[in-house]
Write a protein that binds this ligand. Structure first.
Ligand SMILES: NC(=O)c1ccc[n+]([C@@H]2O[C@H](COP(=O)([O-])OP(=O)(O)OC[C@H]3O[C@@H](n4cnc5c(N)ncnc54)[C@H](OP(=O)(O)O)[C@@H]3O)[C@@H](O)[C@H]2O)c1
Ligand SMILES: *[C@@H]1O[C@H](CO)[C@@H](O)[C@H](O)[C@H]1NC(C)=O
Length: 314
């Protein structure tokens, strides 16, 4: 009997230890208020984007849900009311990042109707089947969007840009010949996704170089591995490379709330400005692998992207 009680107590302690150290995940600690601040979150109708937008709304921000479907954005707004944020400063604006025309129309509407912009969160990106979203939406759409909104961000300093990237950026090198093949339907699955995420990391780096001295800062983010579940109900976000055969029934997963924490951290945490251009996960700045911190490549990608989206003359 005593042995049983000891065994149960030991099991409970081990569970509590594992829960608090590995499962619960890191939370953004800042309780900064965003009253009077305007935030754009792309892809805010579901997943990490929705949780991020919800958090911004709870902090009192005016939140623009930049989504491609009004119905889905409305649904997100509705649940926001259920969440009792008592914030009715949440508005929908149509944005389809797969279309540069739509990006331009969004920017025009936004700049006309919203006098301020303090935080831009480039979040949209993953599709239902996981990784078929290529460089077009993940990089070029957000590249153009950010550039069109940059003046407004500069007028509202201190302001920030948060770029959702992913650890998968490590898996590929930058290949400019692949970047120019953006015809719709062209997709190379997971590698295209990884490629686009590398672009995101390099984009944040070059953006911060260009913004030096302006008090507009930017950060790239990996949402982080925030929970481990046994045969969970959500599709695995990345093929869990660290889960060996013995662990194949465990998938590393993000709860959207947990996944949003690093985005929120980079959007609001005071004192991280000196890390502008850097890469964050689990609410901490991380070193990136060499090919993702090559300033010459980052600059070349910027100039290439300008031509691709029609921001430069040549
Ligand atoms: N979840 C993860 O495991 C994970 C891991 C690493 C990095 N990330 C990054 O974190 C970000 C958010 O991920 P998530 O898991 O929250 O994704 P998600 O649940 O699949 O949501 C993606 C969002 O992007 C929107 N979107 C897709 N294509 C769009 C387009 N052409 N124009 C406008 N919006 C578009 C979707 O809108 P619709 O509802 O209209 O499709 C949706 O709101 C992504 O950038 C992803 O790459 C996620
Ligand atoms: C940036 O912020 C610092 C500190 O608040 C301020 O002294 C400086 O004038 C600001 N620069 C610009 C360009 O706004």
């Amino acid at each position: 009997m005593v042995a049983l009680i000891v065994a149960v107590a030991a099991a409970v302690s081990v569970y509590i230890f594992i829960y608090y150290n590995f499962l619960k995940g890191v939370k953004c600690k800042s309780d900064v208020s965003l009253n009077g601040r305007t935030v754009i979150v792309t892809g805010a109708n579901t997943g990490i984007g929705k949780e991020t937008a919800l958090d911004m709304a709870r902090r009192g921000a005016r939140v623009v849900l930049a989504c491609r479907s009004k119905d889905r954005a409305e649904a997100a707004r509705f649940s926001r009311r259920e969440d009792k944020t008592s914030n009715n400063q949440v508005v929908f604006m149509h944005l389809d990042l797969a279309s540069l025309k739509s990006v331009r129309a969004f920017a025009e509407t936004f700049l006309k109707s919203e006098p301020q912009l303090h935080i831009l969160i480039n979040n949209a990106g993953k599709t239902e089947d996981g990784f078929s979203m290529g460089v077009g939406v993940n990089h070029f759409g957000h590249f153009l969007l950010t550039n069109l909104l940059l003046e407004r961000l500069k007028q509202c300093v201190p302001s920030r840009v948060v770029v959702l990237a992913s650890e998968t950026y490590r898996m590929v090198g930058l290949d400019f010949s692949k970047l120019s093949r953006t015809e719709p339907g062209h997709t190379n699955g997971f590698l295209d996704y990884a490629h686009s995420k590398l672009c995101n990391v390099l984009f944040a780096r070059e953006l911060s170089n260009r913004l030096e001295g302006t008090n507009v800062t930017c950060y790239s983010v990996h949402p982080g591995e925030h929970s481990i579940t046994l045969c969970g109900h959500q599709p695995a976000p990345i093929p869990a490379p660290r889960a060996g055969p013995g662990l194949s029934r465990f998938t590393l997963q993000y709860t959207p709330q947990g996944g949003a924490q690093t985005s929120i951290h980079c959007a609001v945490q005071e004192g991280i400005e000196r890390f502008s251009g850097r890469y964050f996960s689990d609410c901490r700045v991380r070193e990136v692998v060499a090919h993702a911190r090559d300033d010459a490549v980052a600059r070349k990608l910027w100039e290439f992207s300008e031509r691709m989206v029609g921001l430069s003359a040549d």
